[in-house]
Write a protein that binds this ligand. Structure first.
Ligand code: 4NP
Length: 168
């Protein structure tokens, strides 16, 4: 498939804990990118530090598995300043994650990094015709439906990003 020259070569998916939404997004995005023939580095991280080193939440693992996504081997980590230099695009699962990421980026810009050397930031749903502008709701305190909703939204928004990079 022919892709636009502006297609990022690396994408980081970010949520709060890196144990529910963003590891699920990492696997779904990676699979969809591979299907589209995109050679892209895909990773995930959390803005918080509570779950560093942990496997994804067992509920997230089970719901992902039932849709054909194995996230059992992923390990949570916290987002860092280096990520802004190492990734082309960082996508936030919700508006709070986006604000927290923007604060890190603003600090780096204040410390004399130029905009072009830092990752672009966006809401994960930004390109999505169905869910555009929405947050992917935090399922941590929710039920099974919350985890199903996460998968539905992530499949939709991942597809929309990849569509947006296809050359027409
Ligand atoms: P995630 O979900 O951000 O989708 O990984 C959460 C996981 C843990 C917590 C909050 C959200 N927590 O408060 O520990």
């Amino acid at each position: 498939m022919l892709m636009k020259a502006s297609t990022p070569s690396s994408v980081l998916l970010v949520c709060l804990g890196n144990i529910c939404r963003s590891p699920t997004a990492e696997e779904i995005f990676r699979q969809q990118a591979a299907i589209a023939g995109l050679n892209m580095k895909v990773d995930s991280a959390g803005t918080g530090d509570w779950h560093i080193g942990h496997a994804p939440d067992i509920r997230a693992q089970r719901h992902a598995k039932s849709h054909g996504y194995n996230i059992s081997k992923l390990v949570a980590r916290q987002v860092s300043a280096e990520d802004f230099y190492n990734f082309d695009l960082i996508l936030a699962m919700d508006t709070q994650n986006l604000a927290d990421l923007q604060a890190i980026k603003d600090e780096l810009l204040g410390a004399n990094s130029n905009e072009e050397s830092l990752a672009k930031l966006a809401l994960f749903s930004e390109e999505d015709p169905t869910y555009g502008g929405d947050s992917v709701p935090d399922p941590y305190k929710g039920d099974g439906n919350a985890f199903e909703e996460v998968i539905e939204r992530i499949e939709s928004s991942s597809k929309a990003w990849i569509e947006s990079w296809k050359a027409v």
